[in-house]
Design a protein around this ligand. Sequence first.
Ligand code: CP
Ligand code: NVA
Length: 309
Amino acid sequence: MRHFLTLKDYTKDEILEILDLADEIKAQTKKGDLKLYLKDKTLAMIFEKSSTRTRVSFEVGISQLGGKALFLSSRDIQLGRGEPVKDTARVLGRMVDMIMARVYKQSDLEELAKFSGIPVINGLSDDFHPVQLMADLMTMREFGKDINSLKVAYIGDGNNMANSYILAASKLGFELRIATPKGYEPCDSVLNLAFDFAKESGAKILLSNTPQTAINEADVVVTDTWISMGQEEEKIKRVKDFNGFTIDRVLMSLAKSDAIFLHCLPAYRGYEVSEELFEAHADEIFSEAENRLHAQKAVMVWLYRRKDE
Ligand code: CP
Ligand code: NVA
């Protein structure tokens, strides 16, 4: 059974196939003739954390494809009262066709995958946000960037988004420069895995603690919140530690003149990005948000077709 838990389980060709499908699905949607690829299928969506884009893109996405979504907040289902993940998985596996889950622990996604017997999609965990990456890559291509010769700068926290960029670069073979404050580097296990994949793909993954080094001549500049969901109590310390990492017009001027700026959202102006820079790149950022809808439809359709491999 195939799942979509991290990009480490996907080949370069498979990632590109999903991106091509996302383009096709977007075009069909815009023309008003989207095929009902998931007619009568049901997606259970488990949320342990808040969400706007992920919930709406999957819920609207499956309904456009002819299926239905069930929104299951962990506050409302027995999982939140301590029912084991593996029991929840076995029940859902007998009632629905696919699961998308936003959770704290990556191991809970693995448990859902192991016990449900149906495809499971990671809608964000503390470690990875692979469905966001599909929308980001789709947006880069739409804005004319060639994935094979890209230089991407990721500036900020070495978090789930950074980890997902590392895996994407290592599979697709692009150059990724990451700048984090000291002590906020991405975890070694993800980096080691990526350095291994990079031997085959030719990816370059460079780490530094200076945003100026990372952003120099970049084609795409990416950031994310300094305070991820679940880290609210660290806010004061993090804001202090990330001083100097705000992406503003001056920092962005070091990137290529036609560089695009992406942010998975929600964005916190005055912290990871200035209001001025955010608004100057709003078209790119909200195209990225819109592409969640089409990329997430592509992930569901592709996975459902290939689930038995
Ligand atoms: N980018 C993203 O996943 O947004 P939500 O938290 O609103 O789903
Ligand atoms: N890193 C952020 C991403 C939100 C979409 C978080 O985990 O909260």
